[in-house]
Design a protein around this ligand. Structure first.
Ligand SMILES: CC(C)(COP(=O)(O)OP(=O)(O)OC[C@H]1O[C@@H](n2cnc3c(N)ncnc32)[C@H](O)[C@@H]1OP(=O)(O)O)[C@@H](O)C(=O)NCCC(=O)NCCS
Length: 165
């Protein structure tokens, strides 16, 4: 259930599935970059996160415990929304906190948030070898619709997935 701590449309923080999801700030960058660089599938630099945080179509959120001490980032999500379309840009959960529902919660929050913004099509790209992410996206009803050849480092293809309402 959405329980807005800040009830403006531009949500700053919500309690979600027993976690706290809040908008990423510059003070979170060190933790977020550390989570991001722990995966070969989501390695963004501090500059890349900053670029998205300052982009007018982008939203970056992080997830943590909603019990004290609050504030430690356990995962993050970044996405863009333009009119009725959205693209997932990056998603990551701290390796020690995977398979606890954080990734799913971030994605469910993302879909809910975008649905409030009248988004009807959700796009993402994922490596075919990223089985954990693929299982999560399939669970959320994303369907494959194409492939980008040698997208990752000029070597690995990317699968293109879409979820339509
Ligand atoms: C993909 C990723 C974000 C998933 O995050 P996660 O927090 O582990 O995801 P969840 O915990 O919500 O779900 C993963 C699995 O754990 C299971 N799970 C969730 N809560 C659970 C619990 N309390 N106990 C046991 N299992 C649980 C889910 O059912 C799911 O199982 P399934 O894959 O067999 O369906 C994470 O693996 C990650 O950060 N990977 C590296 C970065 C990456 O690949 N990003 C995506 C780029 S496209």
């Amino acid at each position: 259930m959405l329980n807005p701590i800040d009830s403006r449309y531009e949500i700053e923080a919500v309690k979600w599935n027993g976690f706290l999801i809040k908008r990423m700030g510059t003070g979170d960058l060190e933790e977020v970059v550390s989570i991001s660089s722990s995966s070969r599938f989501a390695p963004w630099s501090s500059e890349m996160f900053l670029g998205e945080m300052n982009h007018s179509f982008s939203h970056c959120f992080l997830i943590g415990s909603d019990e004290p001490p609050e504030g430690q980032a356990l995962g993050f999500i970044c996405f863009r929304t333009i009119q009725d379309e959205s693209e997932l840009l990056n998603l990551g959960v701290h390796p020690r906190f995977r398979k606890m529902g954080l990734g799913r919660s971030l994605m469910q929050f993302y879909i809910h948030f975008c649905t409030q913004m009248k988004v009807r099509r959700f796009y993402l790209e994922v490596s075919p070898s990223n089985e954990e992410a693929l299982r999560l996206y399939r669970f959320l009803h994303y369907e494959p619709f194409g492939r980008r050849e040698r997208f990752y480092g000029g070597k690995e293809d990317a699968l293109l997935l879409v979820r339509e309402i």
